[in-house]
Design a protein around this ligand. Structure first.
Ligand code: ADP
Ligand code: MG
Length: 499
């Protein structure tokens, strides 16, 4: 019990002091000086450290350099694209919370990613990428491609990440069809039967990489092509803010002026009826004009729930291709290729060890390699099998190798909220019980490898959209409600300690 209070105080106090410091800094000068940004960043790190194991903290957060805090935007430098992806994927919420607490809630985050440290000019050495990509609330504050004021928009960001190309995409049996279809579309955009092209797979298997590779290839061939990459969440947020700003028709015109529209994670259109309606008309306009539509989804289109039937049927007009998890040979090829790209040569037995141990997805393989590279370059350790084992264990454990069981999660949540297990899986709509239930589903998604569907069936047969809704609600709380979010962070800490 004493522990609980301490953790809360620490979190709360850091928040209070942080906001205060940030305000003072902003009053004095909008451009915080170098020492100021370092002080503020140090406060962020304190909060982050408190929520992670030492090992994880050292690997992912110590190498980050805080560069500047200007006009409400924090810029962090990370040593490679790997880092950027990993941080955004795994520590987005924690980073966002600490940045909001220390720098203020209207802060945006930008990363300067080192892509080639040997190049002379800063432009060649680094690329700049947006932070808080996966979060619902703050993405409104990050710069959106659709800008109402300049709606005719000759200049807009395609939001494509230049790292995602066909050249660095490794092909194997598991992604052969998806990859050939993507190639065909990139070569003959709008003129194949693959319109729309829908790629679906589990997490971390290369959908985003492939859909963006198409966009990058099209733009490489024709710089003037109007190509845009977005996600269903970003599209939704822009649509909502366009309605609020009375720029609804400019918004529609903007998206309908594209030659290639790439929308990732279309499963998150679920339950957004008005957005779906707008998107449906956008789809029709583009399709009729022979423009290319490309989508990424976690779920096969025909199984999408809470999405209008007419939209689901349109998703199936072209080609739907899935990507399966890579087999051993392909995982070995991935380890070899990625380590080579990062400038390290791994002995064969190390390649084999990683490929045998890290089986679930490509993102985790990348995670192991980054961690390994960090150990070799920052800690100056040489590559031995023991070191590799240590790295694989820590990364894989951090993500999913030792998932908690849903029962363990339920038990912890039930004691945290003082809600019985029956009520947790039941239908009661009382606020406290609903919150506990939603939190349990959220943590089940975060800390186990179960699909939304199986999580649902662990909670009295809820369907996957209910689980998705619960997750969204909790993610919202995490950034908007300090009391709930402190309680949830404490719960998260207690849960992860169990692993
Ligand atoms: P998804 O969108 O399916 O969750 P991503 O496209 O984000 O997955 O892939 C996760 C990471 O794995 C990315 O860094 C991506 O570059 C990498 N990746 C996935 N598949 C491959 C592949 N076949 N070859 C090379 N890199 C891959
Ligand atoms: Mg993706």
């Amino acid at each position: 019990m004493a522990k609980k209070t301490n953790a809360l105080n620490l979190f709360g106090q850091a928040a209070w002091e942080g906001v205060d410091t940030a305000r003072k800094a902003q009053h004095r000068d909008d451009n915080a000086g170098v020492s100021e940004i370092m002080t503020l960043w140090k406060q962020c790190l304190e909060i982050i450290k408190d929520n992670l194991s030492v090992q994880v903290f050292r690997t992912w957060f110590e190498p980050i350099k805080a560069l500047s805090f200007e006009e409400g935007e924090v810029t962090l430098q990370v040593p490679s694209q790997f880092y950027y992806e990993w941080l955004e994927e795994h520590y987005n919420t924690l980073l966002q919370k600490s940045v909001y607490q220390v720098f203020g809630t209207d802060t945006t985050l930008k990363y300067q990613v080192v892509i080639d440290s040997k190049k002379e000019s800063l432009e060649q050495r680094t690329i700049t990428l947006p932070g808080f990509r996966h979060s619902g609330v703050s993405a409104i504050q990050t710069k959106l491609p659709f800008v109402p004021a300049s709606s005719s928009v000759e200049h807009f960001s395609s939001y494509l990440n230049p790292r995602y190309t066909f050249d660095n995409f490794i092909i194997g049996d598991s992604n052969q069809l998806a990859c050939s279809a993507a190639n065909a579309v990139a070569e003959n955009s709008g003129r194949t039967r693959f319109n729309p092209l829908v790629l679906y797979s589990g997490n971390g298997l290369g959908k985003t990489h492939l859909v963006q590779a198409i966009g990058n290839r099209i733009l490489k061939k024709n710089k003037r092509a109007r190509v845009i990459y977005t996600t269903s969440e970003r599209f939704t947020m822009e649509f909502v803010s366009a309605i609020q700003n009375n720029s609804h028709s400019a918004f529609s015109a903007f998206y309908r002026s594209m030659d290639v529209l790439i929308v990732d994670d279309i499963q998150f259109f679920a339950n957004k009826e008005k957005t779906q309606d707008n998107f449906f008309h956008t789809f029709n306009a583009l399709h009729q004009a022979g423009k290319q539509l490309i989508f990424g989804s976690d779920i096969p289109p025909k199984e999408l729930k809470d999405i209008d039937e007419r939209l689901i049927s349109r998703f199936q007009w072209g080609l739907t291709a899935d990507i399966q998890p890579p087999d051993l040979e392909m995982r070995m090829a991935i380890v070899q290729r990625k380590s080579k790209d990062e400038g390290i040569t791994l002995p064969f037995y190390v390649v084999e060890y990683i490929a045998k141990q890290v089986t679930s997805n490509v993102r985790e393989i990348e995670g192991c390699l980054i961690s390994l590279i960090a150990k070799v370059s920052f800690d100056k350790r040489s590559i031995t099998l023991d070191l590799v084992k240590e790295v694989v264990q820590s990364v894989v454990r951090e993500v999913a190798r030792k998932p908690l069981s849903v029962d363990e999660i339920k038990a912890e949540v039930s004691s945290h909220f003082n809600v019985s297990l029956d009520l947790l899986a039941g239908k009661t709509r009382k606020h406290e019980i609903v919150l506990a239930r939603q939190a349990a589903m959220y943590f089940a998604k975060q800390l186990t490898t179960l699909s939304l569907k199986s999580i649902g069936s662990n909670f009295g047969g809820k369907d996957h959209s209910t689980v998705l809704h619960s997750i969204n609600t909790i993610e919202n709380y995490l950034v908007t409600d300090q009391t709930v979010s402190q309680s949830l962070e404490l719960l998260r800490k207690n849960l992860t300690r169990k692993r």
